[in-house]
Design a protein. Structure first.
Length: 254
């Protein structure tokens, strides 16, 4: 009787210890890599899964997209300008067993590869190209990093250069260059306006010279504009009206 109770108690204790160790719940965004006595045997899909306790070891691998910041790197461009650049990398695990078996820490390894690639690629560009060809640089970075991480089962979907920090002296030089460019454009616009105005004035002068009374009418229009000023007393020669009066008399006699 006593031995039977001890056997039952031992079985219950064994079940109590083994059931939690053998039952695993894998989330929808995870995959379970199973190593049996240190050897890879299977990849468990999401759901309730059973493993052999104390024989199988389950490694959970997150398959969601991971956003990883690349620390700021000091880069010397092809035209010998020193800048500080940082970036962001978007990656996800597509082959869970490779992410466990081929690399000790795929996140850290990808970060180090991204840093060295960032310095290498940006060093091939001049500073102006670095600022104006971001899409080309991002595509080149993504291609190189993705090729390096492919054996680890990691897919790098995008690499984006975030900030390019220029030296203060270079910032002042670029600001002066931008100001000079704005002044140049303003002068060109002003010169084009003057040219158009001179063309219109020449056309107006031709029309005025072809009509005897046109000049006098223009003169009177100018006097009217002057009358809106503070002083309303205007002195002008009376003979300026002679052509107008003569034209009016001729029309009246007709």
């Amino acid at each position: 009787m006593g031995i039977g109770i001890w056997i039952i108690a031992a079985v219950v204790l064994l079940l109590f210890l083994t059931i939690p160790a053998s039952v695993k719940v894998i989330s929808q965004y995870e995959r379970g890599v199973i190593l049996r006595l240190g050897k890879f045997v299977d990849i468990k899909e999401p759901g309730l899964r059973f493993i052999i306790p104390y024989v199988d070891h389950l490694y959970r691998v997150d398959t969601r997209v991971v956003t990883m910041d690349v620390p700021s790197q000091e880069v010397i461009t092809r035209d010998n300008v020193t800048v500080r650049v940082n970036a962001v990398v978007y990656l996800r695990v597509v082959t869970p067993d490779d992410a466990i078996l081929q690399v000790a820490d795929y996140i850290r390894a990808t970060s180090l590869i991204s840093q060295t690639t960032l310095r290498s690629v940006l060093g091939q560009f001049e500073m102006d190209d670095m600022l104006s060809h971001r899409e080309k640089i991002n595509a080149e970075l993504q291609k190189i990093v993705d090729e390096q991480t492919d054996p680890w089962g990691v897919k790098v979907s995008s690499v984006e250069v975030k900030d390019v920090e220029l030296p203060e002296s270079m910032q002042r030089a670029m600001a002066a260059q931008a100001e000079a460019e704005r002044e140049r454009r303003a002068k060109i616009v002003h010169a084009e306006g003057e040219l158009q105005a001179s063309v219109k004035l020449a056309e107006a002068a031709k029309i005025i010279s072809s009509e005897p009374g046109a000049l006098q009418l223009r003169y009177l229009s100018t006097l009217k504009e002057l009358a809106t000023e503070r002083s309303n007393t205007i002195v002008f020669p009376v003979d300026i009206l002679t052509p107008l009066l003569g034209s009016a008399n001729r029309q009246g006699s007709q």
